[in-house]
Design a protein around this ligand. Sequence first.
Ligand code: AQP
Length: 333
Amino acid sequence: MEKKTETKKTIFSGIQPSGNLNIGNYIGAISQWVSMQEKYNCIFSVVDYHAITVKQNPEELKQHILEITKIYLAAGIDPEKSVIFQQSAISAHTELAWILNCYGARIADLNKMTQFKDKAGKNQESVSVGLYDYPVLMAADILLYDTELVPVGEDQKQHVELARDIAKRFNNDYGNIFTIPQAVIRKEGARIMSLLEPSKKMSKSDSNQNNCIALLDTPEAARKKIMRAVTDSGTDIEYDLENKPALSNLLTIYAQLGNREIPRLVKDYRGKGYGEFKKDLADVVVKFLTEFQTKYNKISDKEVQKILANNQKIVEAIANKKLTEVKRAIGIS
Ligand code: AQP
């Protein structure tokens, strides 16, 4: 990372290695990060302690940690400008999370979290305590680095708001320790929906991977998924979230990955059918994936391990400084 300057704001964000990263993660989160690198001090984490809130296969988890780091790099995160690190390597994250569990977070807050309700479903009593407490660890991730901006997809907005509330409560009791963060959510593409069930979010841990285009899907597989994606009744290509949610989602993907404007696309496809639209969209997705994977395949495991090891020291120093400040404030250091 370039030297932290007083004039540059710090941004922090992360993704959990809980499955195959997909174009939703790319459009909603990673693509925003890439464009913010010049202007901000950037810290991006592979948040593996978040992934284990749901049981992971150890070998797959190990693989996904390397994979995500490579995806960050292939997407354009420049290790000369931004810091990429593995969350579990920095013990300050879990230490601060514990302190915030005690001082700042409330049961009433966690009970409101929609992601927990969605993920736990009917099993709220039997899922892990970690899944319930996930937002407090996320607050710790953010608050450790005096983060001002958190670029995320729309589903994470509620968690960033909780981090703000926790920081404000803590500051109220112990002085001005934490910077109050703010979520940055893009206007278009903040919530890419599932291909077969457009009422739900495209999610990397979806048990039906036909709902998602993974960044590492083969072009042929991605093409098939697009061609099989559900569409709405009618024949016109229109952007109408209420009446044509499936098509609106496909138009958003087209616009984001093909670098096009939605109104222009709607104009270009006037009088044309869904079949032609989907075929062209598949071409756009295949082109994007092919270019992305060419970059991805050039990055070695060794290179990734070296970046993670080097950055551990940089990040540890920042995180430990904040943690010490917090411990002093509450009287345990
Ligand atoms: N469908 C989406 N559209 C736009 N943005 C999305 N993000 C996730 N899904 C979409 C954003 O990508 C980042 C990933 O965050 P995460 O891995 O910490 O967890 P998540 O939000 O729960 O993402 P997933 O893909 O749904 O993972 P699983 O299935 O493991 O829970 C965040 O910035 C998120 O907003």
